[in-house]
Design a protein around this ligand. Structure first.
Ligand SMILES: Nc1ncnc2c1ncn2[C@@H]1O[C@H](COP(=O)(O)OP(=O)(O)OP(=O)(O)O)[C@@H](O)[C@H]1O
Ligand SMILES: [Mg+2]
Length: 217
């Protein structure tokens, strides 16, 4: 892993909704294994930028490269395997009707990453990485504590081994202990780059390699 090798490169990105300019000429580079913090006021375009990077939102101008290859040259599925999102904790990210086992099994099936015989092993590895006990597999999302719920969301994102994880206020609404638990578990994965969107400047200062300010700050 080399923190000088660029993973994601954004050149002169501009976004407007109707006639409202959200941002213009935005340049951003995320190197391998690097944590980039994004700070910006409400409405400055942080989540919009997230959606664009995920390939779920269009943009007016600019280019986005992953490992030197333009976004439009990737298939959406391949792009989404490389870049995963964990959003703000609101208790609506996980399907309430399914067990955690079913929820975690789905990306493995959809991305066809792990052979059937090894899927259970992969799920157990990721649970372990996220400090979650195996007994939660038979539970449903409503039976989990807030911290467990958000760690299942992270487990779901990590299952496909993304190169970049976007945390869009992923630890907001959690208590400090659970917030730090989540940040520390992500820090253990040193190969993964993280785009860390957070309103807590101290956290961003403490855990990110670089900080990017969006809008007039
Ligand atoms: N689908 C949409 N259509 C039109 N305008 C939108 C759309 N999504 C977002 N906007 C506008 O774009 C601007 C940026 O929104 P965005 O959600 O990216 O901000 P944010 O920085 O994530 O804010 P917050 O800190 O509140 O999460 C806002 O003015 C918002 O109203
Ligand atoms: Mg937002």
């Amino acid at each position: 892993m080399n923190k000088n090798t660029s993973l994601l490169k954004i050149n002169k990105l501009s976004k407007t909704y109707n006639r409202q300019i959200i941002f213009q000429n935005l340049d951003l580079v995320i190197n391998q294994g690097e944590w980039i913090g994004i700070i910006g006021k409400n409405g400055s375009g942080k989540s919009t930028l997230t959606k664009i990077i995920l390939g779920l939102e269009t943009y007016s101008e600019g280019e986005i490269y992953l490992n030197g290859q333009k976004q439009e040259h990737y298939e959406l599925r391949q792009w989404m395997q490389n870049i995963q999102l964990v959003s703000q904790y609101t208790r609506n990210a996980l399907d309430p009707t399914k067990t955690i086992e079913k929820i975690l099994w789905e990306p493995l099936k959809n991305f066809r990453l792990v052979e059937k015989a090894n899927q259970n092993l992969r799920i157990k590895q990721v649970l372990n990485d996220c400090y979650l006990p195996e007994k939660i597999l038979s539970k449903r999302p409503r039976d989990l504590s807030g911290g467990q719920y958000q760690r299942v969301c992270i487990a779901l994102a990590l299952l496909v081994n993304p190169k970049l994880l976007i945390c869009d206020e992923a630890t907001a609404n959690l208590d400090k202990i659970n917030e730090l638990k989540i940040i520390h578990l992500l820090k253990e994965n040193q190969k993964m780059s993280v785009l860390f969107i957070c309103h807590d400047k101290n956290l961003v200062n403490n855990y990110c390699d670089h900080i990017f300010f969006l809008g007039n700050y």
